[in-house]
Design a protein around this ligand. Structure first.
Ligand code: 5AD
Ligand code: SF4
Length: 454
């Protein structure tokens, strides 16, 4: 038996949806009267919101649990309530309870029950909930009250695509869309709570639908919310990229010119073995259609190297696809066999050293393209949303419409939208100068250029 917790700490790993879920769990516990603390070792309740997408995730959870317990005991003489949430909880809940004796296990579709589970654990009862109810958790969550200028909003969860390497269809369940009214209401609440930008989230966000309406209809409705300045969405699947959504990039000013569209491989043979149900060519033609309506769109993607059976020729196809696209940014991963997925049992698993070497070459190409994209934006004028303070005095870090991090110095506040000229570019960020009216503007521009040169 443990006494009911008074303080809590939520630690999220993995994707943006986990960040959203982590925030919602924090809101639930705060509504119960618990106080949030930044120090995981000092909290009475620690929620580990886990990710299962790639290797070692499970081992990391066990070592985290061990470390938190040890430090809490030695530094504070306490034994915190430990709750494991997220996709590892969903996939391996019973095993985690058995092996690590954690107090609570809660899956991604059940975390609205967290207070009840914590209370049960405090009474010494078993507290494991990995149900996937048809009625989604969202209706049971507290209202949004205080959020950052750029906020996440989950509109769709789960996946029916069953790519052969991926655990998501098993951990997050089937594709489900939240209803129109619920999403619009939450977006309004986010704006009232301080959001200027909303990123709509879903494992297949562009598969969102409600009563015949698609994601582009939803985006158009959200664009009517006064006080909401920018809209983004992620992650999309190439096969769900409706013409209406493509055209939204031309027609809706608040929809930012950025598209994260994972392709995974440039080889048709590998795409087939991955069960991606698109080809290299159909992917490239799709990008042509997007660029035709929005020429400045920044493209992002996900890549896997070393999928079972991937030859040097297949990998060369991936490199040539990268050359053809010219990404503004991208994520790339070594293939990791996930228990229970078809690919894990395939012949011809690629040696780890080969994957390392391919990953290095791929990342060199992607870094080159990212640097080129940043360099090409020098001289552009744009509006940026200031999200946090930088390291230098008076420095802010904001985001450009193309999702670049922009460093800028000036009189402003977090949450402001300011007009800048981009004056310099690095591999991972760019530098902007606020466009000041009248005298002094030119001087500020020159000063910033000198700062960058130094
Ligand atoms: N191994 C490596 N990368 C993976 N991803 C998903 N499953 C795996 C896996 N088993 C990557 C894909 C996906 C991103 C979220 O994670 O690129 O788009
Ligand atoms: Fe996983 Fe494929 Fe679904 Fe993406 S589309 S979540 S990679 S199964």
């Amino acid at each position: 038996m443990k006494s009911p917790p008074k303080t809590f700490h939520v630690k999220s790993f993995g994707c943006q949806m986990n960040v959203y879920d982590g925030d919602r769990m924090a809101e639930i516990m705060a509504e119960q009267g618990l106080t949030a603390t930044d120090d995981a070792n000092a909290a009475d309740l620690v929620v580990l919101n886990t990710c299962h997408i790639r290797e070692k995730a499970t081992e990391k959870v066990y070592s985290d649990i061990g470390r938190i317990r040890k430090e809490a005991r030695s530094k504070h003489g306490t034994d915190p309530v430990i709750a494991v949430a997220g996709c590892v909880a969903q996939a391996e809940g019973a095993e985690i309870v058995r092996r690590a004796k954690v107090d609570v296990v809660v899956g991604p579709q059940a975390y609205h029950n967290l207070p009840d589970l914590v209370a049960r654990a405090a009474r010494g009862e078993s507290a494991l909930d990995t149900d996937m109810p048809v009625d989604l958790k969202f209706g049971h969550l507290p209202p949004r009250r205080r959020v950052s200028p750029s906020a996440f909003l989950t509109v769709q969860e789960g996946c029916d695509k069953f790519c052969t390497y991926c655990v998501v269809p098993y951990t997050r369940g089937a594709e489900v869309s939240r209803g129109w009214v619920q999403v619009v209401d939450e977006a309004k609440a986010l704006v009232d709570a301080g959001a200027k930008e909303i990123t709509l989230l879903g494992q297949n966000v562009n598969a969102w639908e409600d009563d015949g309406r698609g994601l582009h209809d939803l985006i158009a409705a959200l664009a009517d919310i006064a006080g909401l300045h920018r809209i983004r969405y992620t992650t999309s699947h190439p096969n769900d990229m409706a013409q209406g959504l493509i055209e939204a990039h031309r027609d809706i000013a608040k929809l930012m010119p950025f598209l994260h569209l994972p392709v995974q491989s440039g080889s048709d043979r590998i795409l087939k073995a991955m069960n991606r149900s698109h080809t290299r060519d159909s992917y490239l033609r799709l990008l042509d259609r997007v660029r035709a309506v929005r020429p400045d769109i920044a493209l992002s993607g996900d890549f896997i190297v070393g999928f079972p059976g991937e030859t040097e020729a297949d990998f060369a196809d991936t490199l040539s696809l990268v050359d053809a696209v010219g990404h503004a940014q991208a994520f790339s991963f070594k293939y990791s066999p996930r228990p229970g997925t078809p690919a894990a049992g395939m012949a011809d698993q690629v040696a780890s050293e080969v994957m390392d070497e391919r990953l290095q070459r791929l990342q060199a190409a992607l870094n080159r393209d990212q640097a080129a994209f940043n360099a090409a934006s020098v001289g552009r004028r744009c509006t940026i949303l200031l999200e946090r303070m930088g390291k230098l005095p008076g420095q802010f870090i904001g985001k450009s419409p193309w999702l670049q991090s922009v460093h800028v110095v000036g009189k402003a506040a977090i949450g402001d939208l300011v007009d800048v000229t981009i004056v310099a570019a690095g591999p991972n960020s760019v530098t902007g100068v606020m466009i000041e009216q009248g005298e002094g503007a030119d001087e500020a521009f020159q000063r910033a250029k000198l700062d960058v040169a130094a």
